[in-house]
Write a protein that binds this ligand. Structure first.
Ligand code: ZN
Length: 320
């Protein structure tokens, strides 16, 4: 870990906000006593975090009308007075997230109010994850967990908090299929993990950008026209290399979200859930969720075997 200037400033920002912002301080105190359940599968685990503070995000209405009816909470003029900010380059702000999931949790919005769309913004994800290398930067698509789909933003939290980050090397070795490898980049597909993902590893930014764009272009052909393909992305930087984990999605919220009565589970899966930590804001769900529910939720929100196989074939054709 580099002890670079911005990493230090970000830590100082959070320490300061814990002193001056009561809501944030209270939520961080609650997080320190958060209840967690762990479900073990063969080679990996899924954690369930009971986090009542996340109810706002999990139940957020993200339809156009609801979005238009509220003030954007990421626009600089609407931030609470107590909220302090750091600049990242000339386009981004770094803010402390007052509803944390991680011990250190940041929201990184663009200064401009423009819609959530990774196309054209992936390079910034690489830059931010390299600079803030104690953190993993993540992106939730506008229909994959972003509670502000109208204002472009990333989030960042402590590296290795999500199980997938610790399980990655083992998964790759045992179940990873190399989609493409050359001297600058490795692309793998992982499918027997309840959910599926594509990983990109490289120390070469332009190669990552090019390959990401190829994969994205293919995902785009499979998405309804004019809509961003459903996805979540994790980006981290260690040992002088980036590691990108891209989860293509087939839907935003599972049937459990909409079910009534005892079958209801309020879960609105985003990058952290895909990374292996289910964020559950209601205690009733935290207590009752089962291994079968986890398997079923991933089956619904991750892409099918067929989709993933076709994606692999198409990406290989594009790359080679
Ligand atoms: Zn905004």
């Amino acid at each position: 870990m580099k002890n670079n200037f911005l990493s230090t400033k970000v830590k100082t920002l959070l320490t300061g906000q814990k002193k001056t912002w009561e809501l944030l301080r209270n939520n961080y105190e609650q997080l320190s006593q958060v209840k967690v359940r762990t479900f073990t599968f063969h080679d990996f685990k899924i954690e369930i975090q009971f986090n009542p503070g996340r109810i706002i995000s999990s139940s957020a209405k993200v339809d156009k009308r609801s979005i238009q009816a509220r003030k954007c909470f990421l626009c600089i003029e609407n931030l609470p007075e107590v909220q302090q900010k750091l600049a990242f380059g000339k386009d981004y702000l770094i803010l402390c997230n007052p509803y944390p999931i991680f011990r250190e949790h940041f929201t990184i919005p663009k200064l401009n109010h423009i819609q959530q769309e990774i196309k054209g913004n992936f390079e910034a994800m690489l830059d931010i994850s390299k600079e803030l290398d104690a953190l993993t930067v993540f992106y939730n698509g506008p229909e994959c967990g972003a509670s502000a789909p109208d204002h472009f933003h990333f989030q960042a939290g402590n590296k290795f908090f999500m199980p997938v980050e610790n399980e990655y090397e083992n998964l790759k070795q045992k179940a990873g299929k190399a989609w493409f490898i050359n001297e600058t980049i490795s692309v793998y597909g992982i499918k027997d993990y309840l959910r599926k993902f594509v990983s990109l590893e490289s120390n070469n930014k332009s190669s990552l950008l090019k390959t990401f764009n190829l994969i994205y272009a293919e995902l785009e052909t499979k998405a309804p026209s004019g809509q961003e393909p459903l996805l979540n992305i994790l980006a981290s930087f260690h040992d002088e290399r980036w590691r990108i984990i891209l989860f293509p999605r087939s839907k935003h919220r599972p049937s459990q979200y909409f079910n009534k009565g005892t079958k209801n589970i309020l879960i609105s899966p985003a990058a952290v859930d895909m990374g292996g930590v289910f964020i559950i804001p209601q205690e009733k769900d935290f207590n009752k969720i089962t291994k079968e529910n986890i398997i079923d939720i991933f089956r619904q929100i991750s892409v099918s075997d067929r989709y993933f196989k076709d994606l692999k074939t198409a990406v290989q054709k594009r790359i080679i």
